[in-house]
Design a binder for this molecule. Structure first.
Ligand code: ADP
Ligand code: MG
Length: 325
């Protein structure tokens, strides 16, 4: 397919977002959102670094790449609106597979009423998909990592470790056993960004948020550092899917603490707002679990502690590796 035909084939016929003045078709897109703050984020996935053709179909490459970006918008307290796709395509990629990547993105985009507003197409040795997403948030209502306060409850949405477990199954198990692990495979291939839940929480005056793209050990530390606080988490409270129980304890620990790409939200919230947060979770069909607290400990620097088997361990960003020592 010629580039012109390709672009034509992926150009949306109608736009959903009233704030888009110009989408695909000129030198650049134009957005107008005079009453809101804009959130912008970019994420790049490269074949054989972030996914392999063996475990990820073109459809899922598109789906996951966009999901990762939407998750960042959610973690800022925003709603996604539009996206641009820069794609490097190897010569041996077929048109059909290329279209499948776009189908994966557009399925998710439809769910969130987002518009594809542009991109770039170049030839290269390895497939790479870089997506830029624009989102909006009411003025001064963005959620930052640096707003955790002493006494806050630390919570997480959904379950952790499922995506890493799903990937492991895809890499190591014969196809005949996939059915038993379908939920964690789905978690890996089609993660669900938590936009609706975070939107529902807009009336709550303070939440420190981070999305779980590199494991809770890493993301909790980012909140602790940005807020200059001490977080105290309990291993036994970390929610996970029972499929993980088919694997060694060591493996489970690794996946729950350091497994990447669950795209859940970890956050902290004042204890007085906890009941409201739980209500918002229920309204949006979201499971939310309290996994710890922000504690007032003047003798400690910003850090994350994990209670496991009755002992307290420092939880480093790298999480799992350190815990074994
Ligand atoms: P220019 O040469 O002015 O950069 P292009 O020919 O690269 O324009 O692109 C024409 C239009 O198609 C632009 O609106 C651009 O954003 C869009 N476009 C190009 N490649 C892609 C792509 N891979 N995905 C989505 N939109 C694209
Ligand atoms: Mg161009």
């Amino acid at each position: 397919m010629k580039e012109f035909d390709f672009i034509k084939s992926i150009t949306p016929k109608t736009l959903k977002q009233p704030g888009i003045i110009k989408g695909i078709g000129d030198d650049a897109a134009i957005l107008r959102y005079p009453y809101e703050d804009m959130i912008v984020t970019v994420d790049t996935m490269v074949e054989s670094v972030h996914f392999s053709k063996k475990t990820t179909s073109p459809f899922h490459i598109g789906y996951r790449s966009l999901a990762a970006n939407i998750s960042d918008i959610a973690a800022m307290g925003g709603k996604p609106a539009a996206y641009l796709v820069s794609i490097i395509i190897p010569k041996d990629w077929e048109d059909k597979s290329l279209n499948e990547i776009y189908k994966g993105m557009s399925q998710l985009a439809k769910e969130f009423h987002m518009d594809l507003i542009g991109g770039d197409t170049v030839d290269g040795k390895q497939l790479a998909v870089s997506i830029t997403v624009f989102g909006t948030v009411p003025r001064d209502k963005a959620r930052y990592r640096n707003t955790a306060r002493d006494g806050d409850i630390v919570f997480v949405t959904g379950t952790l470790g499922g995506s890493a477990c799903g990937l492991h199954v895809l890499l190591n198990k014969p196809a005949c056993r996939y059915r038993k692990f379908q939920r964690v495979i789905n978690k890996h291939q089609m993660p669900a960004p938590r936009v609706d839940f975070i939107q529902a929480c807009q009336s709550l005056d303070r939440m420190a948020l981070n999305d779980v793209s590199d494991g809770i050990a890493n993301e909790a530390n980012e909140i602790a550092e940005a807020s200059n606080k001490v977080l105290y988490l309990e291993y036994d409270k970390i929610p996970y899917k029972k499929e993980l129980l088919h694997f060694s304890e060591e493996q489970q620990i690794e996946w729950k603490l350091s497994g990447g790409e669950d795209f859940e939200i970890v956050g902290t919230i004042a204890e007085k707002d906890w009941t409201t947060l739980k209500e918002k979770a229920k309204q949006t069909n979201t499971n939310v679990t309290a996994i710890g607290k922000v504690i007032n400990d003047p003798n400690k620097n910003a850090s994350v502690w994990l209670k496991k088997d009755g002992k307290r361990h420092v939880l480093q960003k790298s999480g799992y590796t350190h815990l074994r020592r």
